[in-house]
Design a protein around this ligand. Structure first.
Ligand SMILES: [Zn+2]
Length: 159
């Protein structure tokens, strides 16, 4: 799937360096902004951080530091790498907003929403793919009525 992330020059360079099918050797992460190479091969930011005694989550400035230095949200490290890479690609006038222009601040909000949606779209597809694989496995082992075969309650409560 080609998306906004993949078309930035930074990502194109990283893809050339890491290879077209690059993925984390520990967890399988494929987000190019989250991948790096070490002596053993390719590893993602989140799998590498604990090895260095660091947390796997970080504080993200959703509007960029120039627009709002105080507002941060905690996000997984790989998610942060992707958001920060897209933010670095924002138009310079929005990213730096030297006159604190309110229209540029609102543009930063719109770009932050776009970037979150972009990253979440990729993860949503991966979650849907994984759930469909789990469904097929459960049907193969327990039949099409696997929910009742396993005596699971309804996902949506009593209906
Ligand atoms: Zn990983």
């Amino acid at each position: 799937m080609t998306d906004y992330i993949e078309i930035t020059a930074l990502y194109a360079r990283r893809r050339r360096v890491l290879g077209p099918d690059a993925r984390c050797r520990q967890c399988g992460e494929t987000a190019i902004a989250a991948l790096q190479r070490d002596a053993e091969g390719i590893i993602c930011y989140e799998c590498d951080r604990p090895r260095r005694g660091k947390r796997t989550t970080e504080d993200h400035h959703p509007l960029g530091k120039a627009n709002d230095m105080d507002t941060t949200i905690g996000v997984p490290g790989n998610f942060h790498r992707q958001l920060s890479a897209m933010q670095a690609d924002w138009p310079e006038v929005v990213r730096n907003n030297p006159t604190r222009d309110p229209l540029l601040w609102i543009a930063a909000v719109a770009l932050a929403v776009r970037d979150f949606a972009n990253v979440l779209t990729v993860y949503a597809q991966q979650i849907a793919d994984w759930l469909m694989q789990l469904h097929a496995t459960l049907v193969a082992h327990h039949g099409a009525t696997w929910v009742s075969a396993l005596a699971l309650p309804s996902l949506w409560g009593a209906m």
